[in-house]
Design a protein around this ligand. Structure first.
Ligand code: CA
Length: 407
């Protein structure tokens, strides 16, 4: 909270040294960054009461709560460049994730069949969401949720939105679904196997293992049931595919087409759209939109309303396509038939780790070899690209990997 600091000229006349003077003039911004949330929490308390947060819950979780300004930095972060769709897809849907997904399908077959009976969503789709959301329960985020959402409720943009999530998180703890020390998640408040926001949890989480709690942190069974429930409520239609990859005729007009512009199969047939092997489109698709995420030369898809249900999970078409494609791969399908329109395709996570290993061998300090190409890895890539006479963009693709493999 920005407070105007009292005029400090009188202090200057007392002959204080320069260092102390600097410290004094720096005070207003230091005050604005106080981690003390007590004044803001006091303001929020009446709203919390009327939102069903009991006094005991409130005191237990908000007494002494300190802001974590790293979440505000995340909120304000502007990426220096947009991740290309082929980089995004090659890391999210790689052989490793397909193998892990097949193992999870086998492990949870009975639960997934029960979820399909009850909610109408097939096992491969549910497991694909799980794989993309949390790498099958391996990546949950490390932020204590009450602290992150408390900070976002009092600082930064969208405080009203985050206040609703903050109060929902407190009600989840109050109801005993999740132990307080286990409620960790992303900086923005998504948590657990399926990365639900707290209000999404309250609407849609189910106790699918029957222990009386919906525990999306420590029960994969509850998480799988909750994901199926989410998609069912988002309009998932039992037995309908999400869509198919198609081949577009040369020169097809894409203006005005998209996921939302649904047309009957006969219309697409008349415009020359075919399956990737050139055969007729299946009538069973019903009404579909045309999705192209890399222009007319890249892979193209006809997508049904079930794709819209996947989209609603995270409101991004690239995200929906990653889940859709992973679900197809789990059903035995191969990669897309049409390659992405690039001469430098993306890397799988195994290839990213290999690239990082090659950078380390060349003496670069990049931190852990974890398959995540962060700022240190990108800087090392930039230096190697400069040395090789490539465009120094810091991007890890097949070109730099091949070049470094060759020495
Ligand atoms: Ca449970």
């Amino acid at each position: 909270m920005a407070r105007h600091h009292p005029d400090n000229r009188p202090l200057a006349r007392t002959g204080l040294g320069l260092a102390l003077w600097s410290a004094l003039v720096a005070m207003p911004s230091a005050m604005a960054q106080s981690t003390d949330l007590s004044a803001c929490m006091a303001e929020l308390r009446p709203a919390a009461r009327s939102a069903g947060v009991h006094d005991a819950t409130w005191s237990r979780h908000t007494a002494g709560l300190q802001a974590d300004f790293s979440v505000i930095e995340k909120l304000n972060f502007q990426p220096e460049f947009r991740t290309a769709i082929w980089d995004y897809m090659s890391a999210l849907v790689d052989d490793e994730r397909v193998a892990d997904g097949l193992a999870r399908l086998a492990e949870h077959r009975q639960v997934l069949e029960r979820a399909e009976q009850r909610f109408g969503v097939d096992p491969a789709t549910v497991v694909a969401v799980w794989g993309v959301e949390s790498n099958f329960g391996q990546t949950f985020g490390k932020y204590p949720l009450v602290q992150a959402l408390g900070t976002l409720s009092c600082h930064g943009r969208r405080q009203n939105f985050f206040r609703g999530e903050f109060l929902a998180a407190l009600r989840i703890l109050q109801a005993g679904h999740i132990p307080p020390d286990r409620l960790l998640g992303s900086w923005a408040g998504a948590f657990g196997h399926t990365q639900f926001m707290p209000t999404t949890f309250e609407r849609l989480a189910v106790d699918f293992d029957g222990d009386g709690r919906a525990d999306l942190m420590d029960s994969a069974v509850d998480a799988l049931g909750s994901t199926a429930h989410f998609l069912a409520r988002a309009g998932w239609q039992r037995g309908l595919p999400w869509g198919i990859e198609v081949k577009l005729p040369a020169g097809i007009a894409l203006a005005g087409e998209g996921r939302r512009t649904k047309r009957p199969v006969a219309d697409w047939m008349a415009r020359g759209v075919r399956r990737t092997d050139g055969s007729a489109l299946p009538e069973s698709l019903g009404s579909t939109g045309l999705l192209t995420l890399a222009g007319p030369k890249g892979p193209a898809f006809l997508v049904t309303r079930n794709f819209d249900a996947l989209y609603s999970y995270n409101a991004a078409e690239s995200y929906g396509l990653a889940i859709a494609h992973l679900s197809d791969r789990l059903r035995g399908a191969g990669p897309f038939v049409t390659p992405w329109p690039t001469d430098d395709p993306g890397l799988s996570r195994a290839q990213r780790r290999e690239l990082q290993g090659l950078l380390v061998m060349r003496g670069h300090e990049i931190g852990p070899v974890d398959g995540m190409l962060g700022e240190k890895s990108r800087q090392a890539i930039r230096l190697e690209q400069q040395r090789l006479g490539h465009e120094a963009n810091g991007r890890g693709g097949q070109k730099i990997l091949q070049a470094l493999r060759g020495g």
